[in-house]
Design a protein around this ligand. Structure first.
Ligand code: ADP
Ligand code: ZN
Length: 810
């Protein structure tokens, strides 16, 4: 193989490049190399090898970054799939899988050769030569500092040309390194030790004799700090033995264990309930049957109501996989849930659990990475990025709360969805997938209905009381509250329930849907929401322009305060923060101890865990939170869950707003009554008749699913079509709009040329956060089966981002 196809680390580069392999190099797929790119030398990863060049002229690989392959063949294939499916730069996809702290720059260095100058040197050449002379190595930045950037390059080029100096590439210093601490190792043999001990005891050096004795009983070197702890042995004692050549002290690598702060207790597995037993058997049977038929391994959708014991199914499936010598990954939707999940998994598989997430220090990430790669653990737990852990022998991927939108990376390339990537990874590695949820994603449930996934159900909730019904949900009509003169955030029924719960010494969670607050307009008198007369979705309030805008068709009206239905001056721009809720609680229930959980409060590392622990230990009575508290928390002492306003999400201009609201309401409701006492849920709303709210109140997933599918079918939304979102951002508003319109026309042309019937375009329209970070943003959506085909023909200039299968439209 003489040529390598390389993904290069150059921002935004969508293609790969072909390079010649110099005869001296032994290059393999997945290896990191240095390649010339324009006038620079940058890092790249080898994706393929070939005998024939892909293009006529190829440059040579400049050097090798890692000796062997850095990524396994499966990872390379997965990265290629991600890059193709999400139209992202291949290097971005590879970055997901690179070890923490991997990306380092190349530094050009110079050395003096033996040659003497045959012709006179210019003053600048002498100056540079003088700096380089006598030193082992001089870096380019050093020279740049001395005589400026352009000059440094120019002069060094001249000197290299005259063979007075040579140039090499060196890696910049690594930011993360393995941690090493001094360890003491016995070097003397058995007889020598006995003799030494006798001598030491004679000369009253008992401490040294004791240390020798201790070390003789160990099979591995012991760290100085452990010796201090176990023998109360001082460094001087070790030093003395070292000088007698009985022991040696060396620095050995240690693991910075991110779980060391947990006090873990191993617990015997509970006896499974009959429903759990049946679910496990079903999963096992399918796996065995598939393996016997040499089929692709199956994907399961574990549809179990909140508190039905899904975790126990994960643990049993995992134990099964481990017994066959394989390993698993368990994805969770939020870093904040790490502790809860880790405790459950580590209790079952002590010492065999690794975690990976961005909340770890770079050193911890580095060590976990190594630890996992060396095959030391059986399961990796973490948010979506844990999918890319270098776990050998993958046998199972679990995605808990699979409906969660946090599984989609939205803010940077590659804009991948961990669920879809997990399924691809499982296919590549012959692994089983279990997706678990009480409120499955519409698309996932559809696939289960189609027979693509195996549906496994847990219909009943388990509590210390045995099988228990889901909590009773009541709806509080906020319009009635206003009529009765109640202008507080709490309806009369929620207020009364809070009072009673507090009196009983039980706990409350209050949920505030913050996404979408202050985005739409409603009449405080009649509950009317301003909608687009053409598209009927709620109009979005753009404060900068003082306009209400339809995000689908761009219909807009100026802001006014008069309600078009009841003509009162009572239109309100909705927006409530957790702080407001806290203030009201303090006002009405001054004795209640309140905790507020939102991103403004939680900034420090482990702050989530401290807060949750505080609440779990009942050091507070009320927990107010946003989206995060709806994500699978198991808080047994909560008996009341309140939803401050169910409507905010509902009126979001997004075809998924119904699904999202349903999921949130069910998940919040699912937090109550998980312990000894039954729970109660109150949903406050201005639209008590809305089918989403009705279905959530009855815990009726299927009822919701069929209605929602009708809507999706009628308007050709996913899962009946594929969506691609294209966003253009630019500092100039006019320019931004024109570019969006230009691309819109391009796509229309392409559609006409290809004669695509089922394909259409939504937009262009301004995005919801119309002006973000000083830039205007316009977007359009491609909808239909052929979006990818059109995209591959389109060359979009800088400033555009592509989001395939976006989770949101705003
Ligand atoms: P889910 O993830 O479905 O919401 P969990 O896995 O959190 O549910 O389980 C709910 C509660 O039931 C947990 O407190 C768990 O410890 C308990 N539980 C699960 N399975 C059993 C069992 N077989 N016996 C006793 N308790 C169980
Ligand atoms: Zn409209």
């Amino acid at each position: 193989m003489n040529y390598a196809e390389v993904a290069v680390n150059s921002p935004g580069s969508r293609s790969t490049f072909c390079y010649t392999i110099p005869p001296a190099f032994n290059i393999s797929v997945g290896q990191a190399v240095w390649v010339p790119f324009g006038s620079r030398v940058i890092q790249g990863i080898v994706l393929r090898l070939s005998d024939e060049p892909a293009v006529e002229e190829t440059r040579e690989i400049a050097g090798i970054v890692t000796d062997g392959p850095l990524l396994a063949p499966i990872q390379v294939s997965l990265a290629q799939w991600i890059s193709e499916h999400y139209f992202g730069p291949p290097f971005d996809a590879l970055t997901l899988m690179l070890p923490p702290g991997f990306e380092r720059r190349a530094i050009t260095c110079f050395q003096r050769t033996d040659s003497q100058a045959d012709l006179p040197l210019t003053p600048e050449q002498s100056q540079i030569l003088n700096i380089i002379e006598g030193k082992k190595k001089t870096s380019l930045p050093e020279l740049e500092k001395a005589i400026g950037k352009a000059k440094a390059r120019q002069i060094t080029n001249q000197l290299v040309g005259r063979r007075l100096i040579t140039q090499t590439l060196e890696l910049e210093e690594a930011r993360v390194k393995p941690k090493t601490v001094p360890h003491v190792r016995l070097t003397a043999g058995r007889e020598e030790i006995e003799a030494a001990k006798a001598r030491l005891n004679k000369s009253r050096a008992h401490k040294q004799a004791e240390l020798l004795e201790f070390l003789a009983g160990q099979t591995r070197p012991i760290s100085i700090s452990e010796l201090k702890e176990r023998l109360n042995c001082s460094p001087a004692t070790t030093k003395a033995l070292e000088s007698r050549h009985l022991v040696s002290v060396e620095r050995l690598r240690v693991r910075r264990d991110p779980l060391s702060y947990l006090s873990l207790t191993t617990s015997p597995p509970p006896v499974p309930t009959s429903a759990q037993q049946a679910a496990c058997e079903l999963i096992q049977d399918v796996i065995v049957r598939k393996a016997r038929q040499s089929d692709k391994p199956p994907i399961f959708l574990l549809f179990g109501v909140t508190g039905s014991g899904k975790t126990e199914i994960y643990l049993r499936a995992l134990a099964q996989v481990i017994s066959t010598g394989k390993k698993g990954i368990c994805l969770i939707p939020e870093i904040a849930l790490t502790r809860q999940t880790v405790e459950r998994f580590a209790g079952r598989f002590p010492g065999r659990v690794a975690v990976l997430h961005s909340g770890l220090s770079p050193g911890e990430q580095f060590d976990e990475w190594q630890w996992i790669m060396e095959g030391n653990c059986d399961v990796v737990i973490g948010p979506r990025s844990a999918l890319f852990a270098p776990l050998p022998n993958l046998g199972l991927i679990i995605i808990d709360e699979e409906h969660e939108w946090t599984y989609k990376q939205e803010d940077k390339s590659p804009r991948y969805h961990a669920r879809d990537v997990a399924i691809e990874l499982a296919q590549l590695s012959d692994a089983v997938v279990i997706l678990g949820s009480a409120t499955p994603d519409i698309g996932s449930f559809h696939k289960a209905q189609q027979g693509e996934y195996y549906l496994v159900e847990l219909k009943e909730r388990i509590t210390p009381r045995g099988y228990s019904p889901l909590p009773e949900v009541s709806i509080a009509d906020l319009r009635e509250e206003l009529k009765a003169g109640n202008t507080s955030l709490f309806s009369r029924s929620l207020s009364a329930a809070m009072k009673e719960t507090l009196a009983q010494g039980e706990q409350i969670i209050l949920f505030l849907n913050r996404r979408g607050t202050a985005t739409f307009v409603r009449c405080r008198n009649c509950g009317f929401v301003l909608r687009c007369p053409r598209c009927s979705i709620a109009l979005t309030y753009h404060s900068a322009e003082k306009k209400l805008i339809c995000h689908r068709c761009r219909y807009h009206i100026p802001v006014s305060q008069d309600c078009p239905r009841c003509s009162r001056r009572s239109l309100r721009f909705l927006g409530i923060g957790t702080q407001r809720v806290e203030e009201e609680i303090r006002h009405f229930f001054p004795e209640a101890r309140v905790l507020r959980w939102d991103r403004d409060v939680i900034t420090r590392r482990y702050a989530h865990e401290e807060l949750l622990k505080k609440f779990r230990d009942h050091k507070a009575d009320v927990l107010i939170g946003t989206q995060m508290i709806a994500k699978g928390l198991d808080l047994p002492q909560v008996t009341l869950a309140g939803v401050i306003s169910a409507d905010t999400g509902l009126n979001f201009p997004d075809f998924r707003s119904g699904e999202r609201t349903f999921q949130l309401l069910c998940q919040v409701a699912g937090r109550a009554g998980r312990g000894v006492k039954a729970g109660k849920v109150i949903i406050q709303t201005y639209s008590p008749d809305n089918y989403i709210i009705q279905a959530a109140a009855k815990h009726d997933y299927l009822g919701f699913y069929y209605k929602e599918m009708d809507y999706r079918r009628r308007y050709n939304y996913p899962p009946f079509s594929q969506l691609v979102r294209l966003v253009y951002s630019h500092a100039n508003e006019e320019f931004c709009r024109r570019e969006a319109e230009r691309v819109h026309r391009l796509i229309l042309d392409e559609k006409a040329r290809e004669d695509l019937i089922d394909f259409n375009i939504i937009g262009p329209v301004p995005t919801f956060a119309f002006r973000a970070r000083g830039k205007y943003r316009w977007q359009l959506f491609l909808r239909g089966p052929d979006s990818a085909r059109i995209l591959s023909r389109l060359t979009l200039p800088r400033g555009w981002t592509i989001d395939v299968d976006p989770v949101g439209m705003v």
